[in-house]
Design a protein. Structure first.
Lengths: 193, 173
């Protein structure tokens, strides 16, 4: 089992992005996505813990031809675990969730999360009915997941990536939700610029 | 419109007129008919939730992607939404919630009363405009007014569908 550097893993996932829409969960995933390069199609959450995957679902259902990637952490996903069942019931082929699992609540002092005890999030996702849920255990797995997220698949996909607990310098993107919303909607030509 | 369940159909027609595309719900007996209509409607996606705050986040994603949504729930679910509503307020995203009330008119279950009592206050504290429909014949009109506040004024609005309107749940022993 490879333990990845979170910044490198996210950069690899977003490499060569074209029309991909990205929703990031609060805390380190938001900094990781920003560190890979700010983009009008990034929607950074700074709060609303537990909501990242569901924001991704609403977006994916509304834009069925555009790939949507949620990048979040183990703690954020654990707060909205039921959302995996809700996603499975819809199973949009343009939605993927990448979970950066450091087994810690990094933002609050590094307390162990449930994945440090007995919970396996890919198994939870599979149990919810998300058949394409992967433990990303090697560079090859990461490459194959990266290829999957930029195109429409057969179903929704989940990739759980074990990442180091090392903290990287924070890269802080815009925090104004109204600005982030308008910028993303302009990129989809839903509002005039 | 008949009083024996005609009001859900009249609400459904409002949702269609406003081109609502995603109908998220935690089931409630009072919303049964509306949920069935949403599932059957071409062009609408009915999304069953495990908890109500999922629907708040879903509404944000739907709007980002250019679709209008509505959130159907019962008053006991309003408390679940409070923190997630920050997303709606901060991002200035429209929200329309239709809340069937428990814990008010002829409620037999004491466990429904606290959240029923707190529902309008909790929504208002979280920045949601609260409107209320008491009678079947006004339901569509109130939902339409709330839909304008949501989708056109870009705000968050909830319509409380009173327990008197829905009919108090009766458990026969």
């Amino acid at each position: 089992m490879t333990v990845f550097d979170r910044r490198a893993a996210v950069a690899r996932l977003l490499e060569g992005r074209q029309d991909l829409l990205v929703v990031s969960g609060l805390g380190s995933p938001t900094y990781d996505v920003a560190a890979a390069g700010d983009h009008p199609r990034n929607f950074y959450l700074w709060g609303a813990m537990g909501g990242a995957a569901m924001v991704g679902l609403g977006l994916a259902l509304a834009q069925p031809r555009v790939p949507v990637l949620v990048v979040t952490g183990d703690g954020e996903l654990l707060m909205g675990l039921g959302g995996l069942a809700t996603i499975a019931a819809q199973n949009p082929s343009n939605l993927a969730v990448a979970v950066l699992d450091n087994e810690r609540y990094g933002e609050t002092g590094g307390q162990k999360s449930h994945t440090a005890y007995r919970t396996n999030l890919a198994a939870v996702a599979r149990g919810c009915g998300l058949d394409d849920s992967r433990d990303i255990a090697s560079a090859d797995d990461l490459r194959s997941f990266a290829e999957r997220i930029h195109r429409l698949g057969e179903s929704s996909a989940v990739g759980v990536i074990k990442v180091s607990q090392h903290e990287s310098p924070r890269v802080l993107p815009a925090r104004d939700g109204g600005f982030l919303k308008d910028r993303l909607m302009k990129s989809l030509k839903l509002v005039s610029s | 419109m008949s009083a024996d369940g005609g009001w859900p159909d009249s609400i459904f027609e409002v949702l269609q007129r406003f081109e609502v595309r995603q109908v998220a719900y935690v089931p409630d007996a009072g919303h049964t008919r509306l949920i069935e209509r949403a599932h059957a409607a071409p062009g609408m996606t009915a999304v069953v939730l495990t908890t109500e705050e999922e629907g708040v986040a879903l509404a944000a994603g739907a709007w980002l992607g250019g679709q209008r949504s509505v959130l159907l729930m019962q008053s006991s679910g309003v408390g679940n939404c409070v923190n997630m509503l920050s997303l709606i307020g901060l991002c200035r995203i429209p929200l329309l919630a239709l809340v069937t009330m428990r814990g008010e008119w002829g409620e037999f279950n004491p466990w429904q009363i606290p959240m029923g009592q707190a529902t309008p206050g909790a929504l208002e504290l979280a920045g949601v405009r609260v409107m209320r429909a008491e009678r079947p014949e006004e339901a569509a009109e109130v939902v339409q007014a709330a839909a304008v506040i949501a989708y056109e004024a870009g705000a968050a609005a909830a319509v409380l569908l009173s327990q008197r309107l829905i009919g108090a749940k009766v458990f026969m022993k």
